[in-house]
Design a protein around this ligand. Structure first.
Ligand code: SF4
Length: 366
């Protein structure tokens, strides 16, 4: 059964009704368990669980140290192109936003790679807008050939691919995939993806599975928080990660918690999500998924990142830019605004002060 089919089985579930029925004793009971069911996950996402964040945090911290140690993996994103054929209402790269688009030549890319590698980063996430025409697989492969000289681990965040295409990128040296469903609520998905191939909900939802079948070593998923109601979005994203982890035992999974940020165009947060709500999501993820990595990007402020660090985070981006060629030049448009602008060394120092080790490498492809 694919996750798409599994998701359909939850169609009749009235999440609000379940969340509103949760009592303090339900939360205490869940906190005493070693392994949690999907019903337990909903208990942790309920309004009542907000009264138990400290107890949840204690347990989340213990589980994280037990499964991951006091180590935070540091990586950086690199934008190769901002050409995109989709009109997503929440993104600055949307095809309807009119500005001069840019795509890195292989020479530009090498310059960017040198700049990022000089910061100590060895794990790179390459991103493009979703345009097969401007960023065909051949371009991604050529880019990977260049990046291999500088980085030990290369992940992609591009348009969803077929299994054979993921396999061909894996053979070229791509070992990781990030793909966000953006919003699991199908009605909202259809509303915010106004036009373009991204309207195909199922093809996107099953991309993570296709990547696993193609041999990808690590897969990162998530919902773009702020589009749908946070409790249900967090619930379905966690179910998705749990499904993948149970099905693909040889793949390492992580989940991200990106919050919608300002961007060019008509920016609108559709569903509210406070800092406290985001903390609750991170804690619920850690308790429900003790062995799944949790990524926190520079979309969040330095102080927020520092404060939530011990609650379950295992991976962070550092000194990021969301501009194509942004490591070499200040020109260009951001996909969204960055909130933590600290240098890699500053992030490393803060980690050390908090008793954590920032690591740059845990993998080397032979
Ligand atoms: S979210 Fe992705 S697909 Fe949508 S407009 Fe932005 S870059 Fe394009």
């Amino acid at each position: 059964m694919s996750f798409y089919k599994l998701l359909n089985e939850y169609k009749k579930l009235n999440i609000d009704k379940v969340l509103n029925k949760v009592s303090d004793s339900d939360v205490i009971n869940v906190l005493s368990k070693d392994s949690l069911s999907w019903e337990d996950l909903l208990v942790l996402l309920s309004p009542v669980a907000e009264n138990h964040l400290e107890a949840m945090a204690r347990k989340a911290r213990e589980l994280t140290i037990k499964n991951f140690g006091k180590v935070i993996f540091l990586y950086a994103p690199m934008y190769l192109s901002n050409y995109c054929v989709n009109n997503c209402s929440y993104c600055g790269f949307s095809v309807v936003n009119k500005y001069e688009r840019k795509k890195l030549s292989l020479l530009d890319l090498e310059q960017e790679a040198e700049k990022v590698a000089m910061k100590g980063i060895r794990d790179i996430l390459i991103l493009t807008g979703e345009s097969r025409k401007h960023s065909p697989l051949s371009y991604i492969k050529d880019s990977v050939k260049v990046l291999k000289k500088y980085f030990h681990s290369i992940a992609i965040e591009i348009y969803p691919l077929k299994t054979s295409e993921y396999a061909s990128l894996f053979n070229e040296g791509v070992d990781g995939l990030t793909i966000y469903q953006e919003v699991y609520d199908r009605k909202i998905y259809d509303q915010v993806h106004i036009s373009g191939p991204k309207k195909d909900y199922k093809f996107r939802l099953e991309a993570a599975e296709r990547a696993c079948l193609a041999g990808m070593r690590r897969v990162n998923i998530g919902a773009l928080l702020g589009l749908g109601k946070w409790q249900s979005e967090a619930f379905y994203a966690a179910l998705h990660a749990s499904y993948l982890q149970n099905k693909f035992l040889g793949t390492e999974f992580s989940i991200s918690v990106p919050r919608l940020r300002e961007h060019i165009g008509d920016y609108q947060e559709k569903a509210e999500l406070s800092d406290r709500n985001l903390v609750q999501i991170i804690l619920a993820f850690r308790l429900f998924l003790p062995r799944v990595g949790i990524n926190l990007s520079t979309r969040e402020s330095a102080s927020f990142r520092d404060n939530v660090l011990p609650l379950g985070i295992t991976k962070m981006s550092a000194e990021s830019t969301t501009v194509v060629g942004g490591y070499s030049s200040d020109d260009g448009f951001e996909q969204f605004a960055i909130a933590d602008n600290r240098k890699v060394d500053e992030v490393k120092t803060v980690l050390l002060e908090k008793g954590y080790q920032g690591v740059f490498k845990d993998w080397h492809q032979l």
